[in-house]
Design a binder for this molecule. Structure first.
Ligand code: C5P
Length: 240
């Protein structure tokens, strides 16, 4: 797949109802092509947000982070495939067997949906990772390890922090996508994200797609926030 520069910004629609979604998506117009539908929006709209975005020819990143045994995860993936989403994700920690089963399901369905592995949540600090998982790896090292496993299982890319994006692309190849939350422009607050970078630095550091929510959706001027972020993305691309 050739990466369109106008697809690089994915706006996370973390809302509880479709009216708020319609308001912001309408006001953003052609500036953004890809939207993230996560658990909050998917559950509260009973999935209706997907149909709404597709009716506007927008691409959907279905961020439900499947995490279950191989058969259940593959069956859940069939839902994403059937909905023809642009991309959906599974936790890498479901293991290689389960990831391979999802990849087989996609292939036998002749689907174009990209399956992305979630490595380490960007809200985890190194200290929390080491304590939670009783590992000596820091967050970036663990994310890189999981990325290599998911590449070997046939996934199309990973959700990771921009901090490890370049390393992951070097190890897994340029066509293995890095989808990066934990992006904070200098004008925005950090919120609960811990491992963060600015949009410009994230792109420079190997991020293919930036998933950004609150710096846009909680801004008093979301359009201005988007314009500033797109400028930063363009600046970052010049430095790649
Ligand atoms: O508001 P904010 O920009 O922090 O939103 C980031 C989005 O990316 C959220 O919707 C969150 O669920 C998602 N995400 C994340 N870290 C991951 C995977 C997804 O923050 N590892």
């Amino acid at each position: 797949m050739i990466l369109n520069n106008c697809d690089r910004l994915i706006v996370a629609l973390d809302y509880t109802n479709l009216n708020d979604v319609k308001k912001i998506v309408t006001s953003i117009g052609d500036k953004v092509n890809v939207y993230k539908v996560g658990l909050e929006l998917f559950l509260n709209t009973r999935g209706e947000a997907i149909d709404y975005l597709h009716s506007l020819n927008k691409k959907v990143f279905l961020d439900l982070k499947f995490h279950d045994i191989p058969n259940t995860t593959a069956m859940a993936s069939l839902f994403a495939i059937k909905e023809k989403v642009f991309m959906f994700n599974v936790h890498c920690s479901i293991g290689v067997t389960a990831m391979e089963k999802v990849v087989t399901t996609i292939k036998t369905s002749n689907s174009n949906s990209l399956c992305i592995g979630v490595t380490v949540l960007t809200s985890f600090s190194d200290k929390e990772i080491m304590e939670q998982f009783k590992t000596s790896l820091n967050a970036s090292e663990l994310a890189t390890h999981l990325a290599v496993q998911s590449k070997n299982a046939g996934l199309n890319g990973v959700v990771c922090s921009p901090i490890e994006a370049k390393k992951i692309k070097n190890l897994c190849g340029n066509d293995f996508y890095t989808i990066c939350p934990g992006v904070r422009p200098s004008f925005a607050s950090v919120d609960d994200q811990k491992r963060i970078m600015t949009p410009k630095d994230a792109i420079k550091n190997g991020a293919d797609f930036l998933v950004i929510g609150r710096p846009i959706t909680k801004s008093h001027d979301p359009i201005k926030a988007i314009d500033l972020i797109i400028n930063e993305i363009e600046e970052g691309l010049l430095l790649c």
